[in-house]
Design a protein around this ligand. Structure first.
Ligand SMILES: [Zn+2]
Length: 175
């Protein structure tokens, strides 16, 4: 098989490697390539991601910057800290937002408000606590009433075991 591009072996730094296996992951729009270094024989995997177009983000200040997938992932991960959300779920969320931004927006730049809205909507479905945390940071909450307002907007989900456990707690301990 052909070896694509100059990929350095992480062990010996050689650029001489061959591809032994390619696996497209359609859902995540990536291709994983297994490689063997011809120099030292080490096996490693590279990931190719399809980039539809350059994404530019327009901040509230009017400043425009390159879309930073890693930054998006970090902010979501922070909101999900200690919640029952796996790294895989976070990665899927980042991928779906990234793809929606690439395919559903037509402007040269996308407003950071839209990105924040997309993340909030997805987090609300995934984990309401992570949602509240994320929104409080991205909308720069400064008062407790900001939290009250947003929490009142969260629809009650039937059969949500987490919610029941957390809502029951104050009743027994405080009243
Ligand atoms: Zn090597």
């Amino acid at each position: 098989m052909l070896s694509w591009g100059l990929m350095r072996c992480p062990y010996c730094n050689s650029t001489d490697s061959r591809v032994t296996d390619s696996r497209p992951d359609i859902e995540d729009a990536i291709i994983r390539r297994r490689r063997v270094c011809n120099q030292c024989g080490a096996k490693f995997t590279t990931v190719e991601r399809v980039q539809m177009r350059d994404l530019l983000i327009r901040k509230n200040s009017g400043k425009i910057e390159q879309f930073d997938r890693e930054k998006l992932r970090r902010s979501i991960k922070l909101a999900c800290r200690n919640r029952e959300v796996s790294d895989e779920q976070i990665e899927k969320l980042v991928t779906s937002i990234h793809r929606r931004l690439e395919t559903e927006t037509t402007d040269d730049s996308v407003s950071s408000v839209l990105v924040g809205q997309m993340v909030s909507d997805s987090l609300l479905n995934l984990d309401p606590i992570a949602f509240v945390r994320f929104v409080s940071v991205y909308r720069k909450f400064s008062k407790i009433s900001d939290f009250k307002k947003i929490i009142n907007q969260i629809p009650e989900v039937d059969g949500d075991a987490n919610c029941v456990a957390e809502c029951d707690l104050p009743k027994t301990s405080l009243f």
